[in-house]
Design a protein around this ligand. Sequence first.
Ligand code: SAH
Length: 463
Amino acid sequence: MNVKQKYTTPVQKNDTFEGTIEDLTFQGLGVAKVEGYPIFVENALTGEEGTILVVSVGKKYGYGKMIDLKKASPDRVELVDKVSSQVGTMPLQHMTYQAQLAFKQKQVADALHKFGLDKGRTVHPTVAADQPFNYRNKAQIPIGTNEEGQLYSGFYRKNSHDIIPVEDFKIQLPGIDEAIATIVAILNKHNLKGYNEQHHSGLIRNLVIRKGYYTDQMMVIIVVNGHSLPEEETIVSEIVEALPNVVSIMLNANVKQTNVVMSGQQHILYGADRYEDKMFDLTYEISSKSFFQINTPQAEKLYQLAIRAADLQGDETVIDAYSGIGTITLSLAQKAKTVYGVEVVADAVKMAKNNAAKNAIHNVHFETGQAERVMGEWVKAGVKPNVVVVDPPRKGLDDYFINSTIEANPDKIVYVSCNPTTMARDVAKFVEAGYDFTEVQPLDMFPQTWHVECVVLMSRVEK
Ligand code: SAH
């Protein structure tokens, strides 16, 4: 067959070449170049040299694999776990922890540079995690079925829907992996069938475990392709007996052909739809559908940075946008006159109100809705915030939100971000409108991965 090539590239699939890793991408892939054409190489570090096999080529870049590493970087460490490099749960595990922190600091600096915000401003060294492994308080695990028809826990092979068996995930809080193994064994004892994605048949799809870092309380969510579990009562009592710290078992009935894990209706099998954790001196109830920061001690450090940046004296009106179950809101409320929180997930707002009452904090108002809409309404209604704190999801802030915030004219805006690129894009708009900042503080919430959080304090420039 004579296939006409759409574009020419200096190397073809299955070629090998001697290459040097010149840089790392945002996602931690090594970049080697052949006549200026970038080849992205996983598990490779800046300065490393060796023979690279071209795995695929595209118009603007290709992918390769280091098949013979001839010069290793001093930042390289032995892989803790070979399986996890097949599933991609720890994409930076070949880097020393110090090098991971430096990589994250550089990511933030590069994002500022991209938006022309780097001159005269400092990006501080990344705040490290005390626990670079075993930190996640939530696990969302696909369940596979082996040839003997037995269920097993695992994770998806990269770019695939095959479930590779994994029992030790390395990054989950102690007790979570053991709980998964225990529940899988109980489900196997009852001969339950695993979900088959191709045929959209079988029952057990996923197990989701959430655990209180300070309380040890556990929530179990069983995601099924169906509406109930056979032998439900026995299974539930076996789980509770084997795992006495379980306070909530939920069934998520996800009968759709979808990759979204918890897209179904949920009902309680045991306890209530909530578990508790703590942050600082406050207690939080967390429901199955509410967001809660994945790394509790690092989230406390992140909030502390935001609280320090806000520098509240006690008489301020503060808006906390994207407030979740109210974790930042309540911490701010202890130091402010009034705090307004806005969050789009109704269930999280219910939890936030509940958490305010539980902690006897009364100077807070929570609103359900899109931050971009509610912010505009507050401004129209005459709410005059001295400080606005934002903690948006990865896509960052909507222009309507930014414009309403500028109109509200706060003295300070504290931006808590989980994506430096959208943070820099948004901050550039505030800078354009008369705010400025001198420093950015990155923080490592997700060791062994390329994710980085940061906090920026923007102040209105005096005219
Ligand atoms: N500050 C909280 C939550 C941060 S995560 C904490 O630290 O726990 C971001 C939150 O933004 C999530 O709770 C998500 O549900 C919410 N969210 C996403 N899009 C939103 C929007 N357009 N308006 C308001 N909230 C939104």
